[in-house]
Design a protein around this ligand. Sequence first.
Ligand code: ADP
Length: 497
Amino acid sequence: MGECLRRACPCLEPLWQRVFNDKKPSPEDPGGGGAVVQTEPSPAQTSDRVSESSSIYTALWSFEARHQDELSFQEGDLFCVLSRSGDWWTARKIDKNGRVLDTGIVPNNYLARAESLEMQPWFYGKMNRFEAQGHLMGPGNEEGAFLIRHSEKDNIGYVLSVRSSSRVKHFKVHQANGSNFLVDPNHQFSSLIDLVEHYCDNSLTNTGKLGKPCKRKKPNISDLNHFTVDEWELPKEEFLLEEQLGSGNFADVYRGRWKNHINVAIKILKNDSEMNKREFHREVQILKSLRHRHLISLFAVCTASPPYYIITELMEKGSLLSFLRGPDGQHQDVASLIDMGAQVADGMSYLEEKNSIHRDLAARNVLVGEDYICKVADFGLARIIKEPFYITEDKKMPYKWSAPEAISHGKFSNKSDVWSFGVLLYEIITYGGAPYPALSNQEVHEQIMKGYRMPAPSKCPNFLYQIMKKCWSTEPADRPDFKSLKIQLDSCSYELE
Ligand code: ADP
């Protein structure tokens, strides 16, 4: 790896000497030990920071500071990381000789270790096939554009995804003897870099040579800035409302901007008069701590005066229900639909692990992002915002999604969420079809209690229908948990990778 970096960036030789510790600095060499003194940890710093003193990071994108403690930087800037806390790290910006230019807080997902695979322009880290398709089919990419990703599925490992004839092909990268990399049995490579170099010059089966690395998009930041990780009550004046995105029973949702430059979704609650502010804050604090790539990030709330605002990340393609019913959704093949179900199961499995219950899981409460990533929204909010409403206005209860014990006895659990997930799978595989189309809410409840279950939708693969029926087991204990649902849905589309 050292040689590769040296070849790629010879101008950073003084830095590579420091990183790889292979040359004693000479007195004439300004890039040697003298300059490095500044990056040595102070006695107040902990010993693990000392051991990290040679970890140099590179910025993959430029970033504009949003708070006085944060650092602005350009793509390619170098950093020495001092401490890591969640998504925000304290780092020193250094020049190529290792001299310190500035110190401050930076978003960790904008940085990659200088000596790592992550620094390769084509390496995308953990990503599913759906997102890879979103990136490769995006503007700026042509035939042959490629990336290597680490599959989200436990048993797959690395996958080479290539844009070819207006679609994306996925090649599993096998590992022979646990070390050599190969996509076809005749050519083995000792590293992914060698594999990529080979297929840039030689054709892949039925695909041609690799072209340019996929154009990178900046990753989302799951906070407005590092400060709002803990301080999530913000003044309304900092938010600008733009067009309305949707309207639900409990809120109107707008596209908006924070401090005029960060895109957000602003949910304006309708029923704040019924809400206990302290309880609301307690719940929001819990929700704020739930972080997962398949859950919507809650950024902030504005509760100084009614109506309350809930600020979340913006999901460009709106609700999964409207997505599936629209032209974009209608083009998705069965493998992609199952993949969406697996993404939801992944987010729900995290909630399950954190002992959190959703209570209103349905396609209308899953949102789709620019890269077709699916995220569960409104988790936990059902209890604080929606429950009084559900109880007082009986008809509004989502009967067709609710487990029998939730309707009859108000018993909500992860297993009642699993029941709803079965209905969500039905919505997905029917491209946004309405469940129990011929029955009223009351009839659905009566029929379910008598043992009736929806028949398999046309074109629904049998294994998927069997999963749905398991989710609709009368006894909550007989239903699968989300962890095993994710594994089952992943392995269904194993062949498609
Ligand atoms: P309610 O909880 O009152 O039913 P929703 O949260 O379902 O309201 O929001 C209504 C609609 O607003 C959704 O169907 C979706 O189209 C849109 N919406 C909600 N949150 C977002 C978001 N974060 N990004 C983009 N659109 C959103």
